[in-house]
Design a protein around this ligand. Structure first.
Ligand SMILES: [Zn+2]
Length: 461
């Protein structure tokens, strides 16, 4: 019976693929749906993770910037008319010269300063944003990712991934929604869907939807010189202006439209005085950041080959170009040579035991006691988010994310922010074995796979 339902589920998936017809022209376009392995929760999570990455890699203007404030206000007006699921839309401005805009799953929309500079009126800018919102509504990013994963995964695994763990499966396959991600490059079908839905959103917000098509056409007539990135992410589906005009013809005629505003003219004035970064400058900046990380790690990026260490209380594997500080009876630090400065660990893993005051303390109580004692020696340490239950090779534990001050200084001589990932495991005798994985905040994600691998290898005695 289970086999039957599994097969029919797969067939249903295939059917959804084949009946994904182009949206019909009607009074209001019905947002297109399609095969998607991501739950709404995962959609949000994917977008938030990628947005955090974008904020690190691209020069995003602060939310308090007047240009951002304006774009957010305009974006919310448009988003109020987006059909379908009410995603939490957010709008951001990237201080980049090239004309482009992109949307991440579940709501974050990014617009380049160059796009605002190139728009002749508010309606043109609104057109780009309505188009991006339409990509979010129709979940084009996660649908493209689902299609790719379905093509790569055997059916048996695919069945298990559906609706549960698509995001982690995606990460395991080395795929993501970050900058330059294949899934942010839309197909021509996705483009015409975004144009049609964008037309309705423009209309319902009071703008002339033709402004959207006009802007795209204008960019193209410029030979794409300022917008090659835009057309690589949003390829021309062909007859853009005509299909928008056809959709407009199905909508009740309006005598007047919003076209411009004093606010837009102010913002336009402001951005005309800005000198945004070019894509090349941004790429160079990213490269510098990477080499700074390498320098801090003394070139000792964790090696993929592992070595194991046998302690009195446990065994653990670690990258073979990292070193073990301590011995089989003591607390341990496992770190790259350059990760330890003046007895403080900037990069690496510390393993120690903790004896709670009450020998019968629960895991939860013992972990909070441990946190309090760690905070006594590191007062700036604080937990972010909630502690989570975790199992490491069958042993129950707690996982807590913390931030603190790194022993490393930034270029202004201030302590840079550090991420500390604490995992506490309850041993049979009621004491805790705890592991703290440490890296400056900006490098933590790149080392996370190493930390996770080490944790997975841990065997208590
Ligand atoms: Zn697009």
């Amino acid at each position: 019976m289970r086999g039957d339902s599994f097969i029919s589920r797969c067939l249903a998936v295939l059917l959804v693929f084949s009946i994904a017809v182009p949206p019909a022209l009607q009074a209001r376009v019905t947002p297109s749906h399609g095969f998607n392995m991501f739950s709404a929760q995962e959609e949000l999570q994917a977008g938030q993770q990628s947005a955090a990455q974008v904020a690190k890699q691209l020069p995003v203007l602060p939310d308090s910037d007047p240009v951002t404030i304006y774009v957010q206000r305009l974006g919310q007006q448009l988003a109020a008319h987006a059909p379908g699921e009410k995603w939490p839309y957010t709008f951001h401005v990237v201080n980049q010269k090239e004309i482009n805009a992109f949307a991440l799953p579940g709501g974050p929309v990014f617009v380049n300063v160059g796009t605002i500079q190139a728009a002749d009126n508010e309606a043109e800018l609104a057109g780009v944003m309505a188009h991006e919102i339409s990509h979010v509504v129709q979940r084009h990013g996660t649908r493209a990712a689902s299609k790719q994963m379905a093509a790569q995964l055997p059916l048996a695994i695919l069945g298990g991934v559906m609706g549960q763990g698509a995001l982690s499966q995606m990460a395991q396959m080395g795929l993501g929604f970050g900058i330059g991600s294949y899934f942010l490059k839309n197909s021509r079908t996705a483009e015409s869907e975004a144009d049609l839905l964008g037309t309705d959103i423009m209309y319902d917000t009071g703008f002339n939807p033709r402004a959207m098509a006009d802007f795209f056409t204008k960019l193209q007539q410029e030979g794409g010189a300022r917008g090659p990135q835009f057309f690589s992410d949003h390829p021309d589906p062909g007859n853009r202006a005509q299909s928008v005009a056809k959709e407009v013809a199905t909508l009740p005629r309006k005598t007047s439209y919003r076209n411009d505003s004093v606010e837009f003219r102010d913002v336009r004035q402001r951005v005309s005085g800005m000198r945004p970064f070019t894509a090349q400058q941004i790429a160079e900046r990213q490269q510098q950041q990477t080499s700074a990380t390498n320098a801090a790690l003394g070139g000792a990026q964790p090696s993929a080959s592992l070595r194991s260490f046998s302690h009195r209380d446990f065994a653990i594997s670690y990258p073979d170009n990292w070193q073990v500080f301590g011995d089989q009876n003591s607390a341990l630090t496992i770190a790259p040579q350059s990760g330890v400065t003046q007895n403080a660990v900037a990069y690496g893993v510390m393993i120690n035991t903790y004896q709670p005051e009450d020998a019968n303390a629960s895991l939860d109580q013992a972990t909070h006691e441990l946190l309090a004692s760690l905070r006594q020696s590191n007062p700036e340490l604080r937990a972010i988010g909630h502690d989570e239950n975790i199992r490491v090779n069958g042993i129950a534990g707690k996982s807590v994310d913390l931030v603190g001050n790194s022993p490393l200084r930034d270029q202004n001589g201030r302590a840079s922010q550090e991420r500390d990932w604490l995992v506490a495991l309850m041993r049979k005798d009621g004491t805790l074995l705890y592991i703290v994985s440490i890296a400056p905040d900006k490098d933590f994600e790149s080392l996370r796979p190493t930390f996770e691998q080490m944790l997975k290898s841990l065997r208590l005695r």
